[in-house]
Design a protein. Structure first.
Lengths: 271, 370
């Protein structure tokens, strides 16, 4: 390796390390804060303890908010993926009158400031006489997340060759058969990443939940309220758990995809 | 290829008088104000290999998509065995299109691709597999390819898989939208012949679309030449080659000498060339003021004296090109360029830059509409 190659190699490593430190240092700090015995946030950590972790796990309050957040995120994921899948087909697959307008309109909610959107939705719920609960938060999340998921799936749809559907129909297949055998399997990767986006965006959403959950509370809301008043190291402990859970989810997803690929390759090779 | 894959022996060449399998009457297709296909009348005979040739944008793909049912004609009628099928969707037509992109399902194996139409028809998995293996043999792919991922196949192999899949549908008519255009020259030549053999074996009607007349010549029973949405000429390869109806068809054939003949005192002369005062033309052109004359490069020759040919031009040999067994010469006469082709055995003895007299006989020229 010559001088300049070595130098550029060093620079690549240095830059990568810098970015990693920049991204992970705050998370590590949060994790450390959760492992402190002291009630107050301070560095260096004087005495270590897993007390706050076990208290967070045992707390009925924490269990309730995690359940609420999970319920919202799961339902949002399911609804968003179904709506966004067909929305993405309209976005990228079919050429129809008004498509360009639709493409712009569907993306507008993404650019709308979320706190304003949350407030607007709350006012709207009040106007039509709906009591805000965690169910209304599902609706609020969908307003913002469906456009995002539509865009994510649309990217996959853009790479889809419409001739495949035409060819399947030409070989005698009906619409449902084409959807099940051709369109869906080819668009699966996009649907999966859309679902992952939907879940994580809903799980981590604060501004929309703040206005629209009513008396119920989600994880980000609870974390915020505890930061403002009544801080305990349960806050960073729960934050760390949430991060670890998300990381596990991503890892599991990647692992399953890799296993499926290996199985498909094995099937092809063995025959 | 084995004939065993087909139940009945191949039918002999069909009689022209037989009921056409597909009939187009006044078919027109417009997209907004643009007419992609302009009033086409055409009978497609049962069992024939018909090729539609035309440059890109001539409307041949639109015509094919209407025949396959992917577009409906704006005007006119398409009938299949006498039954109007204008709006019949592709799934309910006994026809199958092999796409230019082949449209193989990338997430399925070779076997699953071929079995697709059988799966639609709810054929049992065992019967599907045996038919797929049969078709693999027919298109000359090894049986081991059955479980291969279709995206791992080469261009020529994919071609064969697409063909096998179309045959698995067992259509009466197969449509081809330039499926060979992505292949290299050598493989294309092989596939052209295989396709023609397959046509003979299957006895099915093939309708093929290409921009290459050379490809059409090799395979077709009949050729239709399209230009700007119209069918300019329909005929056997022989007819298209020897009697092109217009200058366009003649030029589309490949390298030919085409020039405009204009009235001169007491006869005809070539426009833009000082040349002979009078041309000897094959047929009498009494009324017309102008006509286009086509002389194929192989009908032009170098002549020595005035007796050498009925029409003579004096020019300069600009360059020569070796074409394997033949040699082509570019001869410049005035502002015009002529191509002349000789077999290698009869090569011209001069060198580029030399003056030469070229000539042809009246019977070797074709007069077409200008």
């Amino acid at each position: 390796m010559n001088q300049s190659a070595r130098r550029s190699n060093f620079l690549i490593w240095a830059w990568t390390l810098f970015v990693l430190v920049l991204v992970y240092l705050p998370i590590v700090c949060g994790a450390l804060a959760g492992l402190s015995k002291s009630r107050y946030f301070g560095f260096p950590v004087a005495r270590w303890s897993t007390e706050w972790w076990s208290r967070a796990l045992e707390s009925f309050e924490v269990q309730t908010i995690v359940k609420t957040s999970l319920a919202i995120a799961l339902i949002v994921t399911l609804v968003a993926v179904v709506v966004a899948f067909f929305g993405a087909l309209a976005f990228a697959r079919y050429d129809w009158k008004g498509r360009r307008l639709y493409q712009k309109l569907v993306l507008l909610p993404i650019f709308f400031p979320q706190p304003v959107l949350g407030l607007a939705l709350l006012l709207w719920f009040n106007a039509v006489g709906i009591q805000p609960t965690w169910q209304t938060a599902i609706f609020a999340h969908l307003v913002w997340i469906v456009p995002v998921v539509t865009l994510v799936i649309a990217i996959q749809v853009y790479g889809f060759d419409p001739a495949l559907e035409e060819a399947a129909a030409d070989l005698g297949a009906g619409r449902l058969f084409v959807l099940r055998e051709i369109t869906l399997p080819i668009l699966w990767p996009g649907v999966w990443s859309g679902a992952l986006f939907a879940f994580l965006l809903s799980w981590g959403n604060f501004p929309l939940s703040l206005y629209t959950t009513g008396a119920d509370s989600t994880v980000p809301e609870w974390l915020y309220s505890k930061m403002v008043a009544g801080y305990t190291p349960m806050v960073p402990a729960l934050g760390t758990m949430s991060t670890l859970a998300a990381a596990t989810l991503l890892l599991a997803g990647g692992l399953i995809a890799a296993l499926l690929r290996r199985r498909a390759a094995g099937k092809a090779a063995s025959a | 290829m084995t004939a065993a894959a087909f139940a009945s022996p191949p039918a002999p060449s069909p009689l022209p008088e037989a009921l056409p399998i597909l009939q187009l009457v006044g078919v027109r297709k417009t997209f907004g104000a643009f007419a992609a296909v302009e009033r086409i009348d055409l009978d497609i005979r049962d069992g024939e290999f018909l090729t539609i040739v035309g440059p890109s944008g001539s409307g041949k793909t639109t015509l094919l998509r209407m025949l396959a049912g992917m577009e409906a004609p704006s005007e006119g009628d398409i009938s299949l065995r006498g039954v109007r099928i204008n709006e019949t969707p592709p799934a309910r037509r006994p026809t199958c299109l092999v796409f230019q992109s082949l449209a193989l399902f990338p997430h399925k194996t070779v076997g699953e691709n071929i079995e697709f139409p059988l799966k639609v028809k709810k054929v049992s998995p065992a019967a599907r597999k045996s038919r797929a293996l049969e078709l693999l043999r027919l298109v000359q792919l090894p049986e081991s390819y059955y479980a291969k991922n279709v995206m791992q196949c080469s261009g020529g192999e994919r071609q064969r898989v697409a063909l096998a899949r179309a045959l698995a549908y067992d259509p009466d008519v197969l449509f081809f939208d330039e499926p060979l255009s992505a292949l290299d020259y050598k493989l294309k030549k092989v596939m052209e012949k295989e396709l023609k053999d397959l046509h003979r074996l299957s006895g099915k009607t093939f309708v093929y679309i290409t921009h290459s007349l050379e490809e059409a010549m090799v395979m077709s029973d009949r050729i239709g030449v399209m230009r700007a949405g119209r069918l300019v000429q329909v005929g056997t390869p022989e007819e298209i080659y020897t009697q092109p109806s217009t200058k366009f068809v003649a030029e589309f054939m490949g390298e030919v000498n085409v020039f405009d003949a204009v009235r001169a005192e007491g006869g005809w002369r070539i426009d833009g060339v000082d040349g002979p005062a009078t041309l000897n033309l094959p047929s009498a052109l009494r009324e017309a003021d102008a006509a286009a004359v086509v002389v194929r490069p192989e009908f032009l020759r170098f002549v020595e004296g005035p007796a050498g040919a009925q029409n003579r031009l004096t020019g300069v040999v600009f360059n020569e090109y070796a074409l394997g067994s033949r040699i082509q010469y570019q001869v410049r006469v005035g502002e015009k360029t002529f191509l002349l082709e000789l077999s290698r055995a009869n090569a011209w003895r001069g060198k580029p830059g030399d003056a030469a007299i070229i000539g042809w006989d009246a019977r070797d020229a074709i007069v077409v509409a200008a």
